[in-house]
Design a protein around this ligand. Structure first.
Ligand SMILES: C[S@@+](CC[C@H](N)C(=O)[O-])C[C@H]1O[C@@H](n2cnc3c(N)ncnc32)[C@H](O)[C@@H]1O
Length: 196
C-alpha cells in the first residue's frame, strides 16, 4: 500500500510540473460553471494553479503534508492566491453546497470500494445544486505491467456516482505522467450533481 507522504519524498510520477491536458481542455471548452472549484487530492497544485490563472477561486485539499507544503510554496513563488489545506477528501470540513465545481486528477482510482461510496456522497454534499464534478482516472485499457493504481471501468464510475450525479459523459482521455511518453489510457468523467 502506497504511503502518500513517502511518495512526495521525491517527485512522484504524476507530479508533472504542469496541468493535466484533460483539465486544460475542460477550461478551454468552458465546461466549468460558476466561480468556485475544489481540487480534491490536489498534490502540489498544478491543476489548481491553472484554474486560478483562468479566473477561478480554488481550494485544494490533500492528505499529504509534503504535497500541501510544496503547493503553498509554489503559490507564493507564482504569486497566486489559492487556499491549500491538509484534509481528507472522504470527510471534508466545508459546509454543504460550497463549491460550483470539483476536480479530481488521479484521486478516485486510488480508493477502495467502500471509500468510493463515501467519496461520491461527500463530493456531492459540498457541491452546489447542479454543481459539476470532473474526474480523470486510469481506465481498464491501460496495461498493468508497470503497476500503478486500480484501472477503472465505465460501469464502476456509473455505479459509484449515479446515486448522486447525472453522468454527462465518460470519455477516453490520457493521464500525463513522468513515466509515459504520451500519457496513460484514462477516462475523463463529467457529472452534474442531481437535485436534492
Ligand atoms: C495520484 S496523486 C494526484 C495528485 C494531483 N491531483 C495531481 O494530479 O498531480 C493522488 C493524490 O491524492 C492524495 N490523496 C490520497 N488520498 C486522499 C484523501 N483521502 N484525501 C485527500 N487527498 C488524498 C495523495 O496524497 C495524492 O497527492
Amino acid at each position: 500500500m502506497i504511503s502518500w507522504e513517502d511518495a512526495y519524498r521525491t517527485t512522484p510520477p504524476w507530479d508533472i510540473g504542469r496541468p493535466q491536458p484533460a483539465f486544460v481542455g475542460l477550461v478551454q471548452a468552458g465546461e466549468l460553471t460558476g466561480n468556485t472549484v475544489l481540487d480534491v487530492g490536489c498534490g502540489t497544485g498544478e491543476n489548481a494553479f491553472y484554474l486560478a490563472q483562468n479566473g477561478f477561486s480554488v481550494v485544494g485539499v490533500d492528505l499529504s503534508t509534503r504535497a500541501i507544503v510544496a503547493a503553498k510554496a509554489k503559490a507564493e513563488e507564482r504569486k497566486l492566491k489559492i487556499d491549500f489545506r491538509l484534509a481528507n477528501a472522504l470527510s471534508l470540513e466545508f459546509e454543504s453546497g460550497r463549491f460550483d465545481n470539483a476536480i479530481d486528477s488521479g484521486l478516485f482510482h486510488t480508493f477502495t470500494d467502500n471509500d468510493r461510496i463515501s467519496f461520491a456522497r461527500e463530493i456531492a454534499r459540498v457541491l452546489t445544486p447542479n454543481g459539476k464534478y470532473f474526474m480523470l482516472c486510469f481506465n481498464d485499457k491501460e496495461p498493468t505491467d508497470w503497476g500503478g493504481p486500480r484501472r477503472i471501468t465505465k460501469e464502476e464510475i456509473e455505479i459509484t456516482f449515479s446515486p448522486h450525479f447525472n453522468i454527462n459523459y465518460i470519455r477516453d482521455a490520457y493521464f500525463a505522467t513522468r513515466i509515459h511518453d504520451n500519457g496513460g489510457r484514462a477516462y475523463l468523467t463529467s457529472a452534474t450533481k442531481k437535485a436534492d
